[in-house]
Design a protein around this ligand. Structure first.
Ligand SMILES: C[S@@+](CC[C@H](N)C(=O)[O-])C[C@H]1O[C@@H](n2cnc3c(N)ncnc32)[C@H](O)[C@@H]1O
Length: 299
């Protein structure tokens, strides 16, 4: 798997199966901070405990940027329950290299984290858990080597309750099965009703339409590189989200984005039994689009 340096100097990987890079070329670390951490306004939120699902962990930038942010910017004791899921374990072999970068220098015992991930890359275990004290952060870390379509129903049956979901698969065009209404409905059930939030880099109208249909309020985050910004989806607009909107870390969707989300382009991907192939999900969506929003024939 080829490695590339992004413009902020941090490394990313290329996925041969989808032909996509793991991150925006503007910066792997930059993308994690702008799309997943800053919109949360954790300095205002000040949680004592956070329960976070990192879905599609890959090289782990989103989780690591959260830990780094809490190490550097916060000085209150915080308990962080971090559940990381990825169907592939091979990327974990790169975690020592990722963690060794200067952007993660404030995670002072990062070498212990690197050992945890690297040993899981060589193990046959489907999951592993550990606890670390990283300064004032009490980290309860679980990694599951699993397809998120299998892991999420299991989390529902265990009555998991989350504050945050970082949703970071390859694009909806390439893997629509990970961007369906049904996945978003499971996230909505797993997230706490008042403060729960989902963050993703995607701005696709079909993704936003799926999130809205699943009960989320949908907002845009700030641009990274040439991209127009990601998406934050909230169960409710709480004080921290309102503060982020006031500070323009998070924006209301504009008129065109709302029209797209509620119109033909916003028809969600669907996979009710979590068993459909890519082409079938796309075919069924086109049928629903044509049924609900028929294209006007030229006169
Ligand atoms: C865009 S990369 C994730 C980037 C990552 N968040 C990071 O910071 O490096 C997408 C990841 O999704 C994983 N993936 C693909 N299909 C999956 C599935 N069905 N369930 C769980 N993970 C999946 C891939 O192994 C890959 O690591």
């Amino acid at each position: 798997m080829s490695t590339l340096f992004t413009k902020d100097g941090t490394i990313t990987k290329h996925d041969a199966e989808t032909g996509e890079w793991f991150h925006n070329s503007a910066g792997a670390y930059l993308e994690a901070v702008k799309n997943y951490i800053e919109p949360l306004n954790l300095g205002f939120w000040k949680p004592d405990r956070l329960s976070v699902l990192d879905a599609c962990f890959g090289l782990g930038y989103n989780s690591l940027a959260l830990i780094e942010h809490l190490c550097k910017r916060e000085n209150r004791r915080i308990e962080l329950d971090l559940i990381c899921i990825d169907k592939n374990r091979e990327h974990l072999a790169s975690l020592p290299e990722v963690l060794d970068q200067s952007c993660f220098a404030s995670i002072y015992n990062r070498s212990e984290l690197a050992v945890f991930f690297e040993s899981l890359s060589r193990s046959k275990d489907k999951s592993a858990s550990t606890k670390y004290d990283i300064g004032h952060i009490e980290l309860n870390l679980t990694f599951e080597v699993e397809d998120i379509r299998v892991a999420l129903p299991r989390m529902i049956s265990r009555n998991c309750q989350l504050d945050l979901v970082f949703h970071d698969p390859f694009s909806a065009q390439k893997i629509p099965s990970l961007w369906t209404f049904e996945i978003f409905a499971l996230y909505h059930s797993l997230l706490k009703a008042k403060k729960g939030k989902l963050l993703t880099y995607s701005t696709a109208s079909g993704v936003r339409g799926g999130l809205e249909s699943a009960g989320f309020s949908v907002f845009r985050t700030v641009p990274v590189g040439t991209k127009i910004g990601g998406t934050i989806a909230a169960c409710q607009i709480d004080a921290a989200l309102q503060k982020s909107i006031d500070e323009q870390l998070v924006m209301n969707l504009d008129k065109e984005e709302i029209e797209n989300m509620k119109g033909r382009k916003g028809v969600p991907y669907r996979d009710p039994e979590f068993n459909l192939e890519r082409n079938e999900i796309i075919r069924r969506r086109q049928i629903e689009q044509n049924g609900r929003f028929p294209l006007k024939k030229p006169l």
